[in-house]
Design a protein around this ligand. Structure first.
Ligand code: SF4
Ligand code: SF4
Ligand code: FES
Length: 378
C-alpha cells in the first residue's frame, strides 16, 4: 500500500459555482488504477464525486479522463505510474519531486456535465453518426452471412478495436481549434467501413470525407490521438489511410497532401535526397521535366509559394542555385545504388500491412498487445 494525493477538477452544476480543484488522500497498491483511487475517495470522503465507469478492465470505454494532462482511461492507468509522471512533471516545473498530487480532469473538447463526467453525445456520438457507421452493401443481402476472406479484414482490425472511450477526441489539437472537425474517433470508424470489402459505397464515403472542410484534411498530423488511445487504434494512421485511398481514387486534396507525398517519393528516387525546389512543381504539375505543366492549379500554387521561396533568398538562407528546380545534386553512384535497392525492396513489398499486425515476414502474424486476447468491439 502507498499513500497518494489525487487532485480532482470538480464541477457541481447544481451549486451554481464554477469548476474548482479538490484534493483527496487515498491509500492503494501502486498496481491498482487511478479509477480505484477515485472510487475510494468517493466511498470514504465524498459520495457526490461523479465519475463514469463500468467494466474497470479497459473494455467498456466509460472512464475516459485526463490524468496529469494526458487523456486515457482511469481504469487502465496504474496509480503508481501516474504518481511517477506527476513527480516528473512537478520536478520539471521546479516543484517538489515526491508525492506530487496526481492531477485528474474531465476529458477535453467536450462539455462537462458534472465532475469527471463529460457529454459524449454532443461531440463524440454526433460525430460518429456523421460518418454513417454501418455497412452499405449493394444488391440483395445473401441468404446467410456475408462471407469474406479473413485476410481482407486484416486491414480494418485496428479500427475495429475502438471502444469509443473518446480519449483521442479529448486530446485532439485540431478539434480544439475547429470543434466541427469530424475528429479522430469518427474518422477511425469511417476507415473501418471504407476498408471493409463488403461495403459498396467506398467512393462516396471518401468523397464525402474529403470534401467536408472539417474532414480528413483537417487533421494536423500531431500524433496526440495515437498517444491517447488505450487500444492501439492509432486514429491518425486511419486518417492517413483514408487520405491515401482518397488520393488513389483521384479525389483532389485541397492541401495536395497525396500529390506531395508522391512528389517526395519521386524526387528522392531520382536524386537520393530531397530537392525542395522541385516540390511545388512535382506536387501540382508533375510529368514535364524542368518545366511547369500549364495546369491552372500548378500556376496558382507556384505564384502562391513565391513569397515562401523569396523570403529565405532575401535573408540569404538559401542560395539562388538551390531555389532553381532541378539544379540539386544527385548522390554519388554507390549511394544511389543503395537508394535504388531500397525502392526496389519497397516496390516488391508494396502491400501496406496494417500496423496492428506485428511480426517478421514468414512468421504467422500476431495482433498487437492490447487487443490480442480480445474480440474487437465491433
Ligand atoms: S493526429 Fe489529427 S486527429 Fe489525431 S489528435 Fe492530431 S489533429 Fe487530431
Ligand atoms: S480510437 Fe482509441 S481513444 Fe479513440 S475512442 Fe477509440 S479506443 Fe478510444
Ligand atoms: S471502466 Fe470500462 S473502460 Fe474503464
Amino acid at each position: 500500500m502507498a499513500d497518494y494525493t489525487i487532485k480532482v477538477r470538480r464541477f457541481q452544476p447544481e451549486s451554481g459555482e464554477g469548476p474548482y480543484w479538490e484534493e483527496f488522500n487515498v491509500d492503494l497498491d501502486p498496481s491498482l488504477a487511478v479509477l480505484d483511487g477515485l472510487l475510494q475517495a468517493k466511498d470514504r470522503d465524498d459520495g457526490s464525486l461523479a465519475v463514469r465507469c463500468s467494466c474497470r478492465a479497459a473494455i467498456c470505454g466509460s472512464c475516459g479522463m485526463k490524468i496529469n494532462g494526458q487523456s486515457g482511461l482511469g481504469c487502465k492507468t496504474q496509480i503508481g505510474e501516474a504518481q511517477e509522471l506527476a513527480n516528473k512533471k512537478a520536478s520539471v516545473a521546479g516543484e517538489r519531486t515526491e508525492n506530487a498530487p496526481i492531477v485528474i480532469e474531465p476529458m477535453g473538447n467536450m462539455p462537462v456535465i458534472k465532475d469527471l463526467i463529460t457529454d459524449m453525445e454532443s461531440t463524440h456520438w454526433t460525430k460518429i453518426r456523421r460518418v454513417t457507421p454501418w455497412l452499405l452493401p449493394h444488391g440483395e443481402p445473401p441468404e446467410r452471412e456475408y462471407v469474406v476472406e479473413p485476410e481482407s479484414m486484416i486491414d480494418i482490425t485496428q479500427s475495429m478495436a475502438c471502444i469509443q472511450c473518446g480519449a483521442c477526441v479529448s486530446s485532439c489539437l485540431s478539434m480544439e481549434a475547429d470543434p466541427d472537425f469530424i475528429g479522430p474517433a469518427a474518422l477511425a470508424k469511417a476507415y473501418r467501413f471504407v476498408g471493409d470489402p463488403r461495403d459498396a459505397e467506398t467512393h462516396e464515403r471518401l468523397h464525402d470525407l474529403a470534401e467536408d472542410p472539417h474532414g480528413i484534411y483537417d487533421c494536423t498530423h500531431c500524433f496526440s490521438c495515437i498517444d491517447a488511445c488505450p487500444k492501439g487504434v492509432a486514429p491518425m494512421d486511419q486518417i492517413m489511410r483514408l487520405r491515401r485511398k482518397a488520393g488513389e481514387e483521384g479525389i483532389e486534396d485541397p492541401n495536395a497532401g497525396h500529390a506531395h507525398e508522391v512528389a517526395f517519393v519521386k524526387i528522392i528516387e531520382k536524386k537520393g535526397t530531397l530537392d525542395e525546389a522541385m516540390l511545388v512543381q512535382e506536387s501540382y504539375a508533375p510529368g514535364i521535366k524542368g518545366k511547369l505543366k500549364p495546369s491552372k492549379r500548378g500556376l496558382t500554387e507556384t505564384i502562391k509559394s513565391l513569397p515562401t521561396i523569396l523570403r529565405p533568398l532575401r535573408k540569404r538562407k538559401v542560395k539562388l542555385r538551390q531555389a532553381i528546380p532541378g539544379t540539386h545534386h544527385k548522390l554519388p553512384g554507390d549511394a544511389m545504388d543503395d537508394v535504388k535497392a531500397i525502392y526496389a525492396h519497397a516496390e516488391e513489398h508494396g502491400e501496406e500491412l496494417n500496423l496492428y499486425i506485428r511480426g517478421e515476414e514468414g512468421e504467422d502474424a500476431q495482433p498487437d498487445g492490447a487487443a490480442a486476447e480480445e474480440v474487437p468491439n465491433d
